[in-house]
Design a binder for this molecule. Structure first.
Ligand code: AMP
Length: 207
């Protein structure tokens, strides 16, 4: 199964992707994570991406599309994948069409107030990638594996405002672009497990 996850920054795409992976034979591909990996390894792509990410802007298409195309050619993607953070524009969606077909698009719809509340509190496990928020979990180590939590460099108020604007202007039009494959999941106040339930039912129906 090949799935795209759409949703504003902090809507919970990463957490939803992790839940989907538990039940379906798919790998999560986050272009943001791929860039962060490149930055950590000091690659040319990483150095270029960092200058855009630090400002909250999109990394140029030629770099992003090439990186994504190479990633989905790998063996672990054969059974399926979830794209988290790609495509982020109509141009990227058009390019994706020439690379692979897609079975479903899930939009994670979370009210702006809730997104603003979450943004500065996000913490991520440095080892297993589990995602927390300081409003519900205020420890500095991961509940699952014990590794230290970190805050992303671009999770600061200035960058967040721009990232939300970029989403509204450039990425949100994809909701119409994918209208024929779209499933809208409302972010539940009761937490990620509740948000995931209807998504699971929808994906089971596609099998
Ligand atoms: P994310 O981890 O998805 O929040 O992405 C973090 C940052 O990585 C974004 O603010 C962009 O600078 C960059 N990025 C991630 N995915 C893309 C993409 N599909 N196109 C362009 N830039 C991206």
């Amino acid at each position: 199964m090949k799935i795209i996850l759409l949703g504003a920054p902090f809507s919970g795409k990463g957490t939803l992707a992790r839940n989907i992976m538990k039940d379906f034979d798919v790998v999560q591909i986050s272009t943001g994570d791929l860039f962060r990996e490149n930055i950590k390894n000091g690659t040319e792509v990483g150095n270029l991406a960092k200058s855009y990410m630090d400002k909250g802007e999109l990394v140029p298409d030629e770099v992003t599309i090439k990186m994504l195309a190479e990633r989905i050619k790998k063996d672990d993607c054969k059974k399926g994948f979830i794209l988290d953070g790609f495509p982020r524009s109509i141009a990227q969606a058009e390019a994706l069409k020439t690379i692979t077909d897609i079975d479903a698009v899930i939009e994670l719809d979370v009210p702006l107030d809730e997104i603003k509340r979450r943004c500065v509190g996000r913490r991520i496990c440095s080892k297993c990638g589990e995602i927390y928020n300081t409003s519900t979990y205020d420890k500095s180590t991961c509940q699952k594996c014990g590794a230290p939590l970190f805050q992303r460099d671009d999770d600061n108020l200035e960058t967040i405002t721009l990232r939300l604007e970029v989403y509204e202007k450039t990425t949100a039009p994809l909701i119409n672009f994918y209208a024929d494959k779209l499933f809208v999941a409302k972010g539940s106040e009761k937490g990620p497990e509740e948000t995931y339930k209807p998504v699971k039912t929808f994906l089971e129906g596609l099998k």
